[in-house]
Design a binder for this molecule. Sequence first.
Ligand code: URA
Length: 239
Amino acid sequence: MRIDKLLANLGFGSRKEVKKLLKDGAVRVNDAVVKDPKVQVDPNKDLVTLNGETIEYKEFIYLMMNKPPGVLSATEDYAGETVIDLLEMEDQVYEPFPVGRLDKDTEGLLLITNDGQLAHRLLSPKKHVPKTYFAVIDGEVTESDIDAFGRGVTLDDGYETKPGQLKILKSGIRSDIELTITEGKFHQVKRMFEAVGKRVVYLKRISMGSLLLDETLELGEYRELTDEEVEMLRDYQVK
Ligand code: URA
């Protein structure tokens, strides 16, 4: 990759600004000053410094966000704010995208990465990656709902869902539940509850495969996954 492109991609300025840094002798590659913007570097092998500071470059970025309500799980939206808009510029330069979608009003675990292969595997319907949601339901959730979800329910468009595992945490006129599903149909959790005559009033994703929402993240905050979390996701096999 050209040195000017690398530095511009990493957010060190426009191509023009980066050319000026090069011309000023601020950039070294493997300890030799490089002034030519066309010089090719391998960011994974070459040591690049800017004003003596080592430039960190990684091919992939893996972020966990606690998605706030009111923000879209998309990379671009001309009408509203997206989860990508919430990222620092130094993370946006890796051009990450959200892995799957949460509704605008849904909160919780959202994986954001530029690793297309991993995203593809996690989203593949063949992999049946379980996703667990915490929800507040308007209505009393009962054992018969557990049975119905365990068999699979019929959604409004006639689609028969795969079995879902429903756990009642608190039952009453408002119930707290956890639901684990292995599919990702549009509005799936909300529509599964509609299928049993109940309404979701609050929805938050708490896990996806082996990845658990870091509860220390405030809404809208995010952090990089640990190496261990990335490895666990890569190796994730549904048992
Ligand atoms: N199911 C829904 O209904 N909404 C979401 O955002 C995720 C799962």
